[in-house]
Write a protein that binds this ligand. Structure first.
Ligand code: ADP
Ligand code: ZN
Ligand code: ZN
Length: 801
């Protein structure tokens, strides 16, 4: 027999499966989806078995050296998904497979075998365990025991394999004791015991009354008896033990109050019906639920999952990492208890592996997690849900550069089950698909508590300047904050994004310098004193006067949270301020600590970057201030208007969620910009229509597709040359209506001492694009191996700056 193996050698010239001979003792053991060790060149490497065959077109095959798994770690579906993922994102197969697995399975960890039951094992295994509960895996190999026996025992649940992850104990077990005989036999034994064996009699008496399984520890405590007494009765085979693995569940010691399904509102009901229908009839559709915060989307997710579990199927729920808060976990654990696994990046490797294994072993039916949870190895998926589907964190920004939405939809199609996307501000792409009927649109227009969204007031910062207020806080915001504090309530102040202070704006009239060809703010380059466009290389000198109103107050724009805090202290000395940004949350747990302090009312104002915009839910917050709504608006990114609209909508959802009414103050130099104006009116649909016109005019997604190729090298000329060559090759291979922009220096032209260039491709229909790009880049294979040239391709770029 032959195995097809994808080896762990990350090079595009090796990106194919290789045939290996399966030695006698592994025949029938090796299955697709297992990891093996194979000789490759002069060394041994790890690989994934992707298929089996009877013959190979090559002769002189090498032989598989070792088998790492006794049960496949990738299902057939995931094997196929990985192939597609690699091809779709132009990544290596090995990279795609590794992205689907927990870290622990990416390396060859030491393993051990553990006996789980008292059931008798084949002789060879019995003598291997020799009375022990755990044996090192190496002993299995040394003893030359056939893997078939081990696999069979694993299938029967008698033994299991553990991967020994450094830094953590791999497993925790609880020992249970129960009678191994009928009660009347226990009674007989009781009568046979001499009265001197008082302890043993007590123990037997207990089990005669309660012939049920009990934790060893509880038993010892309850009866005040000893381990050796228990052992004596175990030896007499009157009692028996069993072990149960407990997982390092980070939510273990939390009790979640059980919740029941709520009676749906009419709007929810209308949204729910077709989803339920799909679940029942095993049909695949993509539903887009457009509904403001508090409109009851999560309740719909929960009820869909309930149907799925009732059918014996499984559910995946994706939420953005940053929203994966205890509050969020509580909603799912409260409804479904221990059937829920949580995949969070803050878990240790061991914990992540445990959660993954609970999924693989079908101990859970629901996984709630960030992006990579989309690969959960369920085999009977009944629904996939993506909350806040517009979030950019669903796009992975290194290899494989996939979007979780695409993966979810592909899995939904495979399993013939619905995919639910939910958002208050759907991605333009998603809403456009819903308009075309590719997705089924459902709208939840009301909050379930019937409260209006908080009033959003726009403050025109140009007027402030004219009135002589040069501070970053408008008079209106200052007053509102003071009033809020004096009422004993709390305020959240948001400063968009740290660091990106590079666009140029007139503080007199709000004019922003934009590229004449791209409708994108020009970026200020300090060393050359030039303004540049990062899409098309257009440039011009930094102006000294505003071209629109002739004012001299044209500056590059932006400020940091720290300066803001200092200014705030001066302005409102009585306020207690908490600052939350990348700097104050670097240490593990700092994020939660700050939020807890704020929840405990140890501060009046929470000041931070947009990391505070999400998931926050404080009863006492009645005022939200956005200090600079524009700072995101003019980033050199065609999605900047969309991101601004999303952010403002999201932030406003944070105020007045509870009894107290909320208020939002948005400071801006361009209150007339449609994204700001329409956000203040909570008018997503008009924003969508407006933004679609802009995208159409300037030919951006969803009207075209984008692909981004980035070339970098420590040698400036080498980077430029390669980029030039790729652009030229692209022009020659694409169709006439396709546009190749560049090469142009990347928005960050030098990073970690590497010079970066990029080419952007805008296309509508280019069926051969992937293979063309692949071919073009393959020309540089040699150079990439020998020098430090790097070329990356992103077939769905989101991070443009
Ligand atoms: P979203 O996910 O859209 O923000 P949620 O599902 O969290 O909305 O609902 C907001 C609040 O309304 C929650 O407290 C939830 O328990 C409650 N809620 C949701 N649906 C209903 C309903 N049908 N009846 C009563 N309360 C509901
Ligand atoms: Zn341009
Ligand atoms: Zn001006």
């Amino acid at each position: 027999m032959i195995a097809n193996v994808i080896v762990d050698v990350p090079a595009s010239s090796i990106n194919q499966s290789f045939d290996y001979h399966i030695p006698e003792h592994f025949q029938g053991v090796i299955q697709p989806g297992m990891r093996v060790i194979v000789p490759f060149g002069s060394r041994n490497v790890m690989g994934f078995v992707t298929g089996l065959a009877h013959e190979s077109s090559h002769n002189k095959l090498k032989t598989i050296a070792e088998v790492l798994d006794l049960t496949p770690v990738l299902t057939d579906e995931l094997l196929e998904l990985g192939m597609w993922l690699a091809e779709d994102t132009l990544s290596l197969y090995i990279t795609a497979y590794q992205a689907m697995l927990p870290q622990v399975l990416k390396a060859n960890y030491k393993k051990e075998l553990e006996r789980l039951t008292d059931a008798s094992l084949p002789n060879q295994l019995e003598s291997l365990f020799a009375g022990r509960l755990v044996v090192p895996y190496d002993e299995l190999n040394d003893a030359g025991i056939g893997y078939h026996h081990v696999q069979k025992a694993i299938r029967q649940g008698d033994i299991t394999v553990h991967y020994l992850v450094k830094s953590r104990v791999t497993k925790k077990r609880i020992t249970y004791i129960k009678p191994s005989r009928d009660v009347h036999l226990l009674e007989e034994a009781y009568n046979d015991l001499s009265n001197r064996a008082k302890k043993q009699k007590e123990l037997l008496a207990y089990f005669i009354q309660q012939p049920e399984e009990i934790k060893l520890n509880s038993l010892l405590k309850k009866l005040g008896t000893t381990r050796s007494t228990v052992n004596t009765l175990l030896e007499k085979q009157l009692l028996e033990t069993s072990q149960q693995e407990i997982y390092r569940n980070p939510y273990d010691n939390q009790v979640f109050e059980r919740t029941e399904a709520l009676k749906l509102t009419d709007e929810q009901e209308k949204t729910m019906d077709p989803i339920k229908q799909d679940i029942k009839e095993e049909r695949h559709d993509v539903f887009l639920i457009h509904g403001v915060t508090g409109s009851g989307k999560t309740e719909i997710y929960l009820q869909a999952i309930q149907d799925v579990i009732a059918k014996g199927e499984e559910a995946i729920v994706l939420v953005p990492e940053i929203s994966l808060t205890p509050q969020m976990v509580k909603r799912f654990k409260g409804r479904f208890g221990s059937s829920v696994a949580v995949m969070h990046s803050a878990l240790s490797n061991g914990e992540k592996y445990d959660e993954w294994r609970r999924i693989q072993q079908k101990d859970v039916q629901v996984v709630v997690g960030a992006r990579s949870a989309v690969f959960a190895p369920f085999e009977n998926l009944g629904v996939l849900i993506i909350d806040e589907e517009h979030e950019n964190s669903y796009k992975q920004e290194d290899q494989p550069r996939y979007h979780a939405r695409d993966v979810a939809i592909r899995r939904g199609r495979h399993h013939q089950c619905p995919v639910i996307l939910g958002s208050a501000t759907p991605a333009l792409e998603s809403y456009a698909r819903a308009q075309k009927g590719v997705y089924q649109l459902a709208t939840l227009s009301k909050r379930t508590n019937n409260k209006a969204m908080p009033q959003m007031e726009l403050v025109d910062m140009r007027h402030e300047l004219h009135a002589g207020n040069r501070s970053m806080f408008s008079r209106s915001l200052k007053n509102k904050v003071e009033q809020c504090i004096s009422r004993g309530e709390q305020a959240v102040l948001l400063l968009n994004r740290r660091g990106y202070s590079t666009f140029v704006m007139c503080r007199e009239c709000g004019h922003v310098k934009e590229c004449p060809h791209c409708d994108i703010a020009l970026t200020f380059h300090k060393n050359s004193n030039q303004l540049k466009c990062h899409y098309c290389s257009y440039e011009e000198p930094m102006p000294t006067y505003c071209p629109s109103c002739n004012s001299e107050l044209i500056r590059f724009f932006g400020t940091g949270t720290q300066r803001m805090e200092e200014a705030l202290v001066q302005l409102i000395p009585q306020a207690r301020i908490l600052r939350m940004d990348v700097d104050t949350t670097r240490r593990k747990g700092a994020h939660e600590r700050l939020l807890n302090q704020f929840a405990n009312k140890e501060a009046d104002i929470l000041l931070g970057t947009q990391m505070i915009a999400k998931g926050l839910d404080f009863e006492n917050v009645t005022l939200v201030g956005v200090l600079t709504a524009d700072s995101m608006l003019h980033l050199p990114d065609f999605r900047s208007a969309e991101k601004t609209f999303q952010l403002l909508t999201q932030v406003s959802g944070r105020a007045g969620r509870h009894e107290l009414p909320g208020e939002v103050i948005v400071q801006t130099y361009t209150p007339e910009h449609y994204s700001i104006e329409l956000a203040s009116q909570y008018d997503y649909v008009r924003f969508y229509q407006n933004e679609m016109r802009v995208r159409k005019t300037f030919q951006y997604p969803p009207f075209v597709f984008l692909a981004l190729i980035t070339v970098s090298d420590e040698n400036h000329a080498a980077a430029a040359r390669a980029a030039q060559q790729i652009a030229k090759g692209l022009w020659q291979s694409v169709q006439t209506e396709t546009v190749v922009l560049g090469p142009t220096p990347s928005p960050i032209p030098r990073m970690k001492d590497r010079y970066r260039y990029q080419c952007m491709i805008k296309y509508k229909n280019e069926p051969n694009l992937r293979s063309s790009i692949h071919r073009l880049i393959a020309q540089f294979d040699d150079q990439m191996r020998k020098s430090n040239l790097q070329i990356t391709v992103d077939m769905q770029p989101y991070q443009l700056i």
